[in-house]
Design a binder for this molecule. Sequence first.
Ligand SMILES: [Zn+2]
Ligand SMILES: [Zn+2]
Length: 386
Amino acid sequence: MRALTLQADWQPKAGYTPSPEEARTHKASAGSMVWKNPSLELGPVTDPVLQPDEVLVEVAAVGICGSDMHMYESDPEGYILYPGLTRFPNILGHEFSGRVVEVGSKVNELAAGDLVTAEEIQWCGRCDACRRGLVNHCTDMEELGFTTPGAMAEYIAVKSKYCWKLDELAERLGDEREALILGATVEPAGVSYHAMFNRLPTWLPGAYVAVFGGGPIGLTAIALARAAGASQVIAFDISENRLAMAKTLGATTALDPSGLELNDVLLQLTRGHGVDFVVEAAGAPQHTLAPLTSGLAVGATICHIGRSEKPTPLSLEHYQVRGVQLAGSLGHAGHGTFPNVIRMMAAGKLDLRPMVSARLPLHQAKEAFKRLEAREDAKIMLMPNG
Ligand SMILES: [Zn+2]
Ligand SMILES: [Zn+2]
C-alpha cells in the first residue's frame, strides 16, 4: 500500500543523554532532543499484518495536525520541533476515520463495514496511571502516528479497544463521506473536550471564555465552548484567516493580540469581570498566559493544551489572591470523551467541517505539509482512498 513516512536521524543533542531503553529502542520521550533532519517520503510500504485484537481500517480521511507539522519542521540545528514521544521512521497521521474491512479473531465488538475513528493515545491498561483511570498519562503508552504506524496510508491496523463507531454520524448526515470527514475531527475535538470538561471542570454555562490559538485545537475549543453555553468566546490568533474561521465556529470576538494589552481588552469585553475560563492552544504560554493578571476573573480556570518547551513566568501571587487555577492537559482518551464528542456531533451541536479548508488526495500530502507551513489553513484533510 502507499503511505506517507517520516524519516529522521537518531542524533541526540550534545549534553542530552537518552535512557538506555531509549537508546536501544529509539522510542524517544523527548523527540526534539534526538531526532534530526526530518524528511517525508510518499511511497509503497508493506501492508499491515492484522493481529487477533486489531481491526483493519480502510482510511477515508486523515487530518494533518500541528504535531505532524512539528515533526516535519526543524530548528536551525536541524532537530524536529515536536517535544514528545516519537519513533522514526514512522507513518504519520493520527486524526482519522475509515471503514473496518477485516477484524482479528479476538474482536467481537466491531464488524466489517463499521465506520470508526480511534484514540491516538494507545494506553496499556496495566500501568499504575492506567489503573487509576489516568490513561492519558499511561507510562507505557504508544502513540498512533508517533511511535506506531499512523493513518496517512491506505490502510491501518488498530486495536479494537481504541476504536469508536461513527455510524450515528452517517445516520445524522445521510452521507457517509461527510460523516467520515466529520469523524476525522473527533480526535482533535477530544483533546479540547478533555481539557475543558475533564481536567478542572469548574466553568459553567454563561461563562466568559477566552481561547488563545486559532489552529484546529483552538477552533474545536471555540465550538465546544459555544455548544456548552459560554456567553462570550473571545478568540486570539495572529492569522487573519484563522480569526475569520474562529468567528465561523462560534467566537463572539476574534482579535489579533499583537500590540494589545490583553488584560485591558479582556476587562473591557467582559464589563470589568474578567474571563472565567482560558484555553491555551497557541503553544506560546510565554505570550498568552504570562501577561494575564487582572483580565482573569476571580475563580478563573486556565487549561494549557498547546505544547511548549519554554519556561513561562506566571503571576502566581495574582493566582493566589484571585483563586485562579491552572491545569495542564494532555490527550483525549478515557472519561467517555470520544463517545461524548461523537454524540454532540450526531446531535448537530458540534460540526467542525467548516474548519476543513482543503480535502486532498494522499499523493498531494507533501504539498499539503508545505502549504501548512504558512499556518493559514485550519485543517487539511487527506483522503487516502479517493
Ligand atoms: Zn493531533
Ligand atoms: Zn498504562
